[in-house]
Design a protein around this ligand. Structure first.
Ligand SMILES: CC(C)(COP(=O)(O)OP(=O)(O)OC[C@H]1O[C@@H](n2cnc3c(N)ncnc32)[C@H](O)[C@@H]1OP(=O)(O)O)[C@@H](O)C(=O)NCCC(=O)NCCS
Length: 250
């Protein structure tokens, strides 16, 4: 018996319907053609087909390009060893999170991420739960004059420490706050005998986060490319493609 191909589908925050026809690890041409057929049979007007490929997989990238896809953005994995970061002077003081800090963190996020496309604001309740369950040594907050001006959250796995989130209030950016937060993360990773600190960020660097990490010695470990084309194959492939669609899935 042949199992019908399942093609994941979701609606972006801008209302665009996206069909992931070639996720990680699959989607060579015969598979892709079948996935496109399944997706296009159910797709709404204006829907797009999405396909992923790693930058170090030229065969797959070539297959997608020759099938009419075009690259719309990339996510990069950056990593660094745990050699200490140079000491910087930054405003405020850095302390471990407490259960009372979730509301201030949520409020900071609403300011830092305001207006960023394709960002779904987490709920206050999700922040409270995140903080309640956090290891306080892995969630550090920067305070200045009783106001929260930044935080970093990391998680540990057996091979590395991952930076899950780092943000600094716009009024306090470019003053060394994130560097000071990250220096403590690197120190904690070293203390835990974790050899590497790792994270994912946007390859095209719309807000300077990639430059921030690279300036602190993080280097490219992998690049995951995201491709799109209209689901309606009679449409002009260059028309109406949302340049920033889909940041998380796949
Ligand atoms: C990325 C972010 C955390 C940096 O915080 P910050 O406190 O301003 O960073 P620092 O002051 O420690 O910056 C250290 C260096 O990184 C580089 N850097 C930082 N922000 C940069 C930017 N927007 N563009 C280019 N380079 C930047 C600079 O070399 C800077 O040194 P300089 O100011 O002397 O030139 C902050 O911009 C932010 O909160 N952005 C929004 C949230 C976000 O995108 N987080 C990353 C998610 S992966």
């Amino acid at each position: 018996m042949t199992v019908p191909l399942h093609v994941p589908c979701w609606i972006e925050s801008d209302g665009v319907e996206v069909w992931l026809v070639a996720g990680p690890g699959r989607g060579r041409i015969p598979d892709l053609v079948e996935a496109e057929r399944v997706a296009s049979a159910s797709a709404r007007l204006g829907a797009v087909l999405a396909a992923n490929a790693d930058a170090d997989d030229p065969e797959r990238v070539g297959q997608l390009m020759s099938s009419g896809y075009r690259r719309v953005f990339s996510m990069v994995e950056l990593e660094r060893d745990t050699a200490p970061l140079a000491t910087v002077s930054a405003p405020g003081s850095i302390v471990a999170v407490t259960d009372n800090d979730a509301d201030a963190m949520h409020q900071l996020t609403t300011v830092v991420w305001a207006g960023r496309p394709f960002f779904a604001m987490p709920t206050l309740e999700s922040y409270r739960s995140w903080v309640r369950n956090a290891d306080p040594r892995l969630m550090l907050l920067a305070w200045h004059d009783a106001a929260l001006i930044g935080y970093v959250a990391v998680k540990e796995d057996p091979t590395r420490v991952e930076v899950v989130d780092i943000q600094v209030h716009p009024h306090h950016q470019r003053r060394g706050v994130a560097t000071a937060l990250l220096a403590q993360v690197v120190q904690e990773a070293r203390h835990r005998c974790s050899p590497r600190v790792w994270l994912e960020t946007e390859g095209d660097d719309p807000v300077g986060a990639r430059r921030f990490y690279e300036q602190l010695g993080f280097r490219l470990a992998a690049e995951h490319l995201r491709f799109r084309k209209p689901a309606d194959t009679t449409a002009d492939p260059a028309a109406g493609l949302p340049v920033l669609a889909e940041r998380g899935a796949g």
